[in-house]
Ligand binder design. Structure first.
Ligand code: G4P
Length: 531
């Protein structure tokens, strides 16, 4: 297979959902279809057993097992599928967001009974900002849930998506008979009461055919005809270009647990989902078909084994062929590096690989040289952009609780932040350090890891901050910006990259500040520069 064929057959994506919507179950079913695992439960066994440990130990455990599930790769109908894990704990960290910079598309899983939930909203917002192509899978159709049209409305309203149903349920819960596959014009039915046996999809391109009444019953047939007619009238037709541009989101219905609608989803996915896409670097756009290697670090797993202090840096290949032992430029520090034992991921194993192609993820053992966002090239000075920081939700001062160990504390904080566990801000006024996290449990994780991996102790102090806003003055020399800095001095800090951040205590403050200083733009992500 030549280089271009290798690129064309790759599909690198992430599954996003609120915890319990069925992400693990769906992942597992996809792996089963790909023959990558032989039995259900293989991925699931790795999942945290609820209630077994304290919440924060769960995060630690998840970190431990998630190397295994970070990248799950398999071949399906000659396509190389890479599923990037987006950790779904209720207190998820920055890590989840960052993984979204390495996917070419996503599948959003929604629970038919619960509808759109908060974490899905947050993650979809990020995907929308980045125009990532999204497919929606509405799961658990074997249970009573919301009306399908109401759900489609909810997806449009709450997630801001423009949907087009590619399949539609026939009944729901107890009355669930199956799914009409609009995309392939096929009827897929459950047989029997236990809702687990499946009848193969039968071609059915003319719903007015009276045969339909015989198969699913008159009432259900009539309802289905009306519903499909309504869909034709109300929803836009599928359009590949719009999907790829993130402007239209196809929706599928099914039940991951019962394996219903999953094959339809996968078949449509491999047909329409994008192969590795061009990626913006600060200097230029890099096309995946370029022959020279480029790639970037999107995730770091540190200190899996505290005795060895090893870290695994996950690199997404953007263009060219990654070769074992070839010299590459680590652009940030200007050094040439070679990798003698890069890992590729396959199913749940990782193994040493000689060659990898765009779309693939390579795991590199690292002794602390890499940071998230670092770029590798064959010599060109490129910096991939679009690995943004988002405003954390929680903020606390961090204090050194053991004066003899301040070196260890700062080293630990530095490395944990490189790994993307949380964000560190330094107050302009007095140099005090503030840790910002997405979930409150991260504070315990940081404390625990500082102690166990770095021998340092820290304590926290509450701080009333609502959001961190990255500050972008239109003119750094104008009076307005000078006044802003003077008046807001107490609330100004630098992030780890040295960018100016305004720590606002309320939404109201943000609005007031913005209207008082209109030329000093405030942003919730650090990405505005690159927009
Ligand atoms: P997550 O990764 O998104 O957190 O969700 P996960 O797949 O673990 O699924 C959460 C729960 O929902 C699991 O039940 C799972 O079996 C169930 N589930 C997933 N898909 C379906 C579906 O299509 N129909 C129904 N009825 N249930 C589904 P659990 O009891 O929490 O776990 P387990 O004891 O089954 O492992």
């Amino acid at each position: 297979m030549n280089f271009l064929e290798e690129i064309a057959r790759r599909r690198t994506f992430g599954i996003i959902s609120h915890p319990d919507a069925g992400k693990t179950t769906l992942t597992e079913k996809l792996l089963l279809f790909g023959g990558a695992i032989q039995e259900a439960g293989a991925v699931k066994n790795n999942k945290i057993k609820k209630g077994a440990t304290s919440d924060f130990m769960e995060i630690e455990r998840q970190r431990g097992i998630s190397v295994a599930t970070s990248v799950l790769a398999f071949i399906y109908q000659d396509k190389k599928i890479n599923i990037l894990d987006t950790p779904g704990h209720k207190d998820f960290a920055e890590d989840t967001f960052r993984t979204l910079t390495a996917v070419d598309s996503v599948i959003v899983v929604i629970d038919v009974a619960k509808g759109v939930e908060p974490q899905t909203e947050k993650l979809v917002e990020v995907c929308r900002m980045r125009s990532i192509p999204m497919l929606v899978f509405i799961n658990k159709l074997d249970r009573e849930g919301k009306d399908a049209f109401d759900l489609l409305d909810e997806v449009e309203q709450k997630l801001g998506l423009r949907v087009t149903p590619m399949s539609f349920p026939i009944g729901m819960g107890y009355d669930f008979k199956g799914i009409y596959n609009i995309w392939e014009k096929k009827l897929n039915l459950f047989s029997g009461d236990n809702k687990t046996a499946i009848s193969e999809g039968v071609e059915f391109d003319d719903l007015s055919n009276p045969e339909l009444d015989k198969i699913i019953g008159e009432t259900a047939a009539e309802t289905l005809r009306e519903e499909i007619e309504l869909i034709d009238e109300v929803y836009p037709a599928y359009n590949q270009q719009e999907y790829l541009e993130g402007k239209l989101q196809p929706v599928f219905f099914g039940s991951a647990l019962n394996n219903f609608g999953v094959k339809e989803l996968l078949d449509a996915f491999i047909e329409i989902a994008p192969s590795p896409q061009p990626k913006k670097a600060e200097e230029r756009i890099v096309d995946s078909k370029e022959e020279k290697l480029t790639g970037f670090v999107f995730k770091i797993h540190a200190n899996m084994d505290p005795k060895h202090r090893d870290r695994l840096a996950f690199i997404k290949i953007v263009s060219g062929t990654f070769k074992r032992n070839a010299p590459y430029l680590h652009v940030r520090n200007g050094k040439k590096v070679k990798f003698s034992s890069p890992n590729a991921f396959f199913a749940e194993k990782k193994e040493i690989v000689d060659e990898s192609f765009p779309g693939d993820i390579v795991g590199i053992h690292d002794t602390g040289n890499f940071k998230i966002g670092d770029t590798l090239t064959e010599g060109e000075k490129l910096n991939f952009k679009g690995i943004p920081s988002f405003s954390p939700e929680h903020f606390r001062y961090v204090n050194n609780a053991d004066p003899m160990k301040s070196k260890q504390l700062y080293k630990g904080l530095d490395q944990l932040m490189d790994e993307g566990v949380a964000q560190l801000f330094t107050l302009d006024m007095n140099g005090r350090k503030i840790i910002g996290t997405v979930g409150a449990l991260q504070y315990e994780v940081i404390q625990y890891r500082l102690e166990h991996e770095y021998g340092a102790k820290c304590s926290y102090e509450n701080l009333s901050v609502h959001k961190a806003c990255w500050v972008a003055p239109e003119d750094t020399k104008n009076e307005e910006f000078k006044e802003f800095k003077r008046v807001k001095q107490r609330y100004l800090a630098k992030d780890k990259q040295g960018q100016l951040v305004f720590l606002a205590d309320s939404e109201f403050t943000i609005q007031m500040t913005q209207s008082k200083y209109p030329t000093v733009k405030l942003h919730y992500t650090s990405e505005f520069k690159n927009a």
